[in-house]
Design a protein around this ligand. Sequence first.
Ligand SMILES: [Zn+2]
Ligand SMILES: [Zn+2]
Ligand SMILES: [Zn+2]
Length: 357
Amino acid sequence: MRVFRCESCGALTYLSSSACVQCQAELGFLAEERCQGTFWLQSDGRLLRHGRGDEAWRRCANFQTACACNWMLREDDPNTICLCCRLTVSLPDQSLPENQAAWRDLEAAKRSWMSNVLDLYLPVRPRSEDPERGLAFHFLRQLDADRPVLTGHASGEITINAIESDPVERERSKINLREPYRTLLGHVRHESGHYYWDLLIKDSPLLEPFRALFGDEREDYSAALQRHYDNGPPADWQSAYVSGYATMHPWEDWAETWAHYLHMVDLIQTARAWQLEVGAFDDSRMLALLPESSSLTPEFIDLLKRWTPLTLVANSLNRSLGQGDAYPFALPYTALRKIQFVHDVVKPFHPQGGFLH
Ligand SMILES: [Zn+2]
Ligand SMILES: [Zn+2]
Ligand SMILES: [Zn+2]
């Protein structure tokens, strides 16, 4: 989550802002420029970009709905809703207030995830526009006890159970499943990992290196799922995985690792945007945490040197406000190697060779 400023008065704004609190200029996110724009509403209803002559934009049509999307479209864009909203193809019954709230919260998490993915220059296209390789989201509410809505991914279609947007229900699941962390953004990041595995790993030369690190994904998924829910993760899971759930199957290990990488990128970018200087770990302290035979690259170690102290700061800030840890994980070396693998898969998409540049 980066920090933005109103281009008119310089006030600090959030990615999710739609108006400047100081000067009342209109604000919106421009996906193609990966930034926030400042606009002035004209008497004819057009939104002209601040300081850019007659560059006209309009709001995503979902701005006026429960979704309250703050993304923008160019005036001549034939679409009525933005790229992020076009990924959503199913919604729970919007005549019910709880489903409107679910749509709002799920889309806010999805926009946050998508700005992250756009920053990494990863491909993301709506399935309606690319039936082979595109992505679609279904936000569904369970209506019938016999037909559960399962959060998951299959062939470019991500389903998220709308009940996850209810904080009470989410906390209940978190406790029942003994998870340290459960958020909507985490769900979107995790499920997108399955999508990108299909897109970037499945039919690529990366498949064998993937198997060498994560295991063979041809292992029976249903049997693995059953085993996980019957027995839980193996006692020593913390020695090699980012989470207990990651032990279930190589696909879940990848998706959990992918989600952690996106957490890492976002936290580092946010800290950098706020010019947050945390006493970064020096080489010797960082290397002392790794085994002597470490195969981590200097670039990835550089990333860890920023990341590790930031997680400590985030947790300490939370604790000083009486909240639980923001990042309740400790990553073992093997999990770090897996995150480095994700970093190496993602990095080539960035025109400057990675988000750190
Ligand atoms: Zn302003
Ligand atoms: Zn939108
Ligand atoms: Zn999964």
